[in-house]
Design a protein around this ligand. Structure first.
Ligand SMILES: Cc1cc2nc3c(=O)[nH]c(=O)nc-3n(C[C@H](O)[C@H](O)[C@H](O)COP(=O)(O)O)c2cc1C
Length: 189
């Protein structure tokens, strides 16, 4: 079950934008993050939820999509995420970020997948612009943005080829291919 969920939890960058996500759904997803592990149990992460078109429009332009795929700068009109979760570090609780936001992101994305949604972790963010757009105080460091929606793309996992190239690529039918290294390459001892 967990393997199936993880296999289907591919980074998705094209969505049925017209399929809305309710604020309550985003709250349920953040609740999964809330229940996840946190270094020293400090729980320094805070969240901004966005699921209305006006707020979404403030967030979208500040995000960098799929650094590898220069030919496709990001989702087209009508294929943008229906919602976002901005993950912040509350500096009054902890100054430096640990791995909490990675764990939180995975909890949220697996929960989203279970609900038939998909998403993408975005770390490539124009942080100053996003801070201004959402009026985020200096108390919070912007860590990542999770883009969410109903997936509109096929993503295929495949082994890394003999040339060792790990760059994801898109085929002529638009399917997104993600090379993954073999288990034997990863386990070194
Ligand atoms: C820490 C982190 C940062 C990422 N930042 C971005 C990003 O800024 N833009 C983007 O399109 N994808 C981003 N991704 C998604 C990765 O590109 C994606 O995980 C990778 O291509 C493998 O695909 P998969 O998630 O389907 O296994 C990020 C993923 C992680 C874990």
């Amino acid at each position: 079950m967990i393997r199936d969920l993880i296999m289907s939890n591919r980074s998705c960058r094209r969505f049925y934008e017209e399929v809305a996500i309710e604020k309550e759904t985003l709250r349920e997803l953040v609740d999964l993050a809330r229940l996840s592990a946190s270094g020293t149990n400090l729980q320094p992460l805070k969240y901004i939820l966005s699921c209305d078109p006006q707020k979404n429009a403030l967030i979208f332009p500040q995000l960098g999509w799929a650094g590898y795929a220069k030919d496709r700068p990001g989702p087209s009109e009508g294929e943008k995420p229906a919602a976002y979760i901005v993950v912040l570090q509350d500096m009054e609780i902890r100054k430096s970020s640990t791995v909490d936001h990675g764990i939180a992101a995975q909890s949220i994305l697996l929960g989203a997948r279970e609900k038939g949604l998909g998403g993408c972790i975005i770390a490539s963010i124009q942080k100053d612009e996003l801070r201004k757009a959402l009026d985020i105080s200096d108390r919070y460091e912007i860590l990542i943005v999770l883009a969410l929606g109903k997936p509109k793309e096929k993503v295929v996992i495949e082994p890394v080829g003999p040339d060792g190239d790990i760059k994801p690529w898109r085929d002529s039918e638009g399917a997104h291919h993600v090379p993954k290294r073999s288990l034997d390459e990863l386990i070194i001892g």
